[in-house]
Ligand binder design. Structure first.
Ligand code: CTP
Length: 423
């Protein structure tokens, strides 16, 4: 973050603080009642030093005028897709190319659907498609519209696209008087999310980070498998977080996701072992978020097992390789290994013993008996133990926030290692 020199507030000894100086933000406003808050958002962004350019959808113009936003941003507001232009290349196409971030606040169910499917029938959606910048959306709508399977599906599509960040809506009374989840996030939360996205420090820019995600599936026959409840969300959040800090990331996952970094999709523990071992030597950190099956069927039936064959069947299982344990034995001094432990009892002692037994630098433990968090959820609450004996508890928070914190600890660990190895 930079302090702008020479611009003192009148009557104050403090220099004004322009953390977003040199950042260009395209503020997209779609047509919902929360559009009036776009003025506050534009004003706060501008006062944080950003150059803000507003784009209104035709429906947004029913709620707010271009003149308000032009006055607040001190830049021309764009509305018309086919309006007259002073230059041969419309300014808004330049903007789409050069902006650091596109923030859409409020984002209605309609624009979310358009972004999920690639429809570009107005200026804003066209600019999003013409841009490679990150897109942050702040949904705002009636709670029933938000919970509608179509909206949830569209949001999950965007969530899984690397370019998109969603500033979750809040619970409260919405304009039509209904109470529920759907109120646009507070203006301050949106500004904080923008700042976090634009100012994320590139603390892992020299590092190669290997992350595993998801639960392995161990086949029984061509249709059945032994699996577990892991959704892969924590591992994907870890990979995204490391990537946003500049790391050269490879994700080895049982869940296929579209990302800007390489994603190697595997199914079984043995496939995961093979993929991790092939990459391990060249990586600086291994983050084993995956839930690896400890056992697999000894024999996989080539044909579908028929229920008519016998009354009972006995599955003989054999142990899978413990990937992290094997790599913990051969890791170099400059490498860091982070494990995860999902425990149903004795969280601290079980996590601590795995940390030691598997020669890890850090272990992230969570208590799976706590309802509504962990497997499949977007949130978790964890305790992080380190080989140096530190212990830190993170209360319930989004998995991405936990991942960001773990990446901070990883960066610190690298700094310590680099100092130690220099002596
Ligand atoms: N792990 C692994 N290979 C396995 C099993 C686990 O690499 N075959 C890794 C996981 O990715 C995780 C850590 O080991 O980072 C701890 O996983 P967990 O299943 O909690 O540990 P286990 O040693 O399998 O212990 P438990 O008996 O509790 O299952």
């Amino acid at each position: 973050m930079k302090m702008k020199k020479g611009s003192k507030k009148r009557g104050s000894n403090f220099e004004s603080f322009n953390p977003l100086e040199n950042k260009t933000i395209l503020l997209g406003v779609s047509g919902g009642i929360a559009a009036y808050k776009a003025c506050d958002i534009a004003s706060l962004l501008r006062r944080s030093g950003a150059s803000v350019h507003a784009v209104l959808t035709p429906n947004a113009r029913e709620f707010i005028t271009p003149l308000s936003l032009t006055t607040i941003t001190r830049n021309q507001t764009h509305c018309e897709q086919y309006g007259p232009t002073a230059d041969w290349r419309p300014e808004h196409i330049d903007l789409a190319k050069k902006c650091d971030l596109i923030l859409i606040a409020p984002a209605t169910a309609d624009i979310i659907a358009k972004l999920a499917t690639g429809i570009c029938d107005d200026l804003l959606t066209t600019m999003v498609l013409a841009s490679q910048a990150k897109v942050m959306i702040a949904p705002a709508m009636n709670p029933v519209m938000l919970q509608h399977p179509a909206t949830q599906h569209n949001l999950s599509i965007l969530e899984n696209r690397y370019r998109y960040d969603i500033v979750a809506p809040e619970y409260g009374e919405v304009a039509c008087g209904d109470v529920g989840l759907g109120k646009m996030a507070a203006v301050e939360s949106i500004i904080a999310a923008v700042a976090a996205r634009l100012l994320a420090h590139q603390t892992l820019s020299t590092k190669r980070v290997l992350v595993t995600a998801g639960g392995t599936r161990e086949p029984i026959d061509p249709v059945r498998f032994i699996g577990n409840r892991s959704s892969g969300k924590m591992g994907i959040a870890m990979a995204d977080s490391a990537y946003s800090r500049g790391a050269d990331v490879t994700l080895i996952s049982t869940v296929d996701v579209e990302r800007a970094y390489p994603v190697i999709v595997v199914e079984t523990a043995q496939e995961m072992q093979e993929a991790v071992e092939a990459e391990f030597d060249s990586c600086d950190a291994l983050v084993m978020t995956a839930a690896v099956a400890d056992f697999r069927p000894l024999a996989v039936s080539a044909q579908k097992i028929k229920k008519t064959e016998s009354e009972d069947i006995v599955l003989e299982l054999t142990k899978n390789p413990d990937i992290i344990d094997l790599l913990g034995r051969v890791k170099r001094k400059d490498q860091v290994i982070i494990g995860f432990a999902a425990e149903s009892e004795a969280l601290l002692s079980n996590a601590a013993s795995k940390l030691k037994r598997k020669n890890l630098d850090m272990i992230v433990g969570n208590d799976i008996s706590v309802p509504d968090i962990g497997f499949g959820s977007d949130d978790n609450a964890v305790v992080i133990l380190s080989a140096e004996g530190t212990r830190e508890s993170l209360p319930r928070m989004p998995k991405r926030a936990i991942a960001d914190h773990i990446c901070d600890l990883l960066s610190e660990r690298f700094q310590v290692l680099e100092k130690e190895l220099a002596h």
